[in-house]
Design a protein around this ligand. Structure first.
Ligand SMILES: [Zn+2]
Length: 267
């Protein structure tokens, strides 16, 4: 029998946001409770990057989320931060943090909608009092590559003073490690997600059958429309099984941020 592989910390994150087409919360209401139940069965503490509107509209549901899961901010309006003024960004950073903290569970982290992140925006995130950001990704809005040469591992920055927990790449093609990648390129993705990712991300909307029309260019639709709904659910289990076999020890993004060398242990 092969010895157990060495363990590695891995965070499962859900971006909890309005449905792309309608702006309502049908996908969140339909799929978030079942996802959390599934994570609880596996002993996975998830990190929920919530928009403030989810808290406003689905506060009843979020208040029932078991305490091992972490809440973090995914801004207010879910608009791309690079298309907002600094004043609008500062308002969303502060307001979303306050609204999420009203759930009584803290809000140490931020993820920018569509992974829109620049050095200037990261400074604003730190100034708003967040201890970590999780937005550096090789691919994002507008659909295309960016932040390619940033660290792919969690890193403590000094200026601005913040921990960045980036989205790891799933393949040499620099595709961020998420259920969307795993679905889009199944079954090839089963062979390619080599390595030991410190983070994977997913959305409630992926468990809806229909691909939303908003925000997705025509060339990407054949990929992102694959394996949604029930099939996404099967593939999520397969992905989690694969990570566990590799030695994943599931933690929150906050746990990862606090463990980065040099981070303030009291944060
Ligand atoms: Zn989002």
């Amino acid at each position: 029998m092969n010895p157990a592989p060495p363990s590695f910390p891995c965070a499962v994150t859900i971006d909890v946001e309005p449905d792309p087409d309608t702006g309502d919360f049908e996908a969140v209401r339909r799929h978030l409770p079942g996802l959390l139940e599934r994570f609880d069965t596996r002993g996975i503490p998830a990190t929920l990057f919530c928009t403030s509107r989810v808290v406003d509209e689905c506060g009843d549901l979020l208040r029932q989320v078991p305490s091992q899961h972490e809440f973090a901010s995914h801004a207010c309006s879910h608009r791309p931060f690079t298309r907002m003024t600094p004043e609008e960004r500062r308002d969303e950073l502060a307001r979303s943090k306050a609204v999420i903290e009203s759930l009584g569970r803290g809000c140490a982290g931020f993820r920018s909608p569509y992974f829109c992140m620049t050095d200037a925006i990261l400074r604003e995130v730190a100034q708003a009092g967040y201890q970590y950001d999780s937005s550096w990704a090789s691919f994002g809005h507008p659909i295309g590559y960016h932040n390619l040469w940033k660290s792919k591992r969690p890193v403590r920055l000094e200026d601005p003073a913040i921990v960045e927990v980036p989205i790891p790449d799933a393949t040499v093609a620099r595709i961020p490690f998420g259920l969307s990648f795993y679905r889009a390129f199944d079954p090839v993705s089963r062979l390619f997600h080599v390595g030991r990712p410190h983070l994977v991300y997913l959305h409630c909307d992926e468990f809806q059958d229909r691909l939303p029309s908003a925000d997705i260019p025509r060339w990407a639709r054949p990929f992102l429309g694959r394996n949604r709904g029930k099939r996404a659910s099967v593939l999520l289990d397969r992905l989690l099984d694969a990570l566990q076999r590799k030695g994943a020890r599931f933690v929150t993004v906050g746990d990862i941020a606090r463990s980065v060398p040099g981070a303030d242990p009291s944060a």
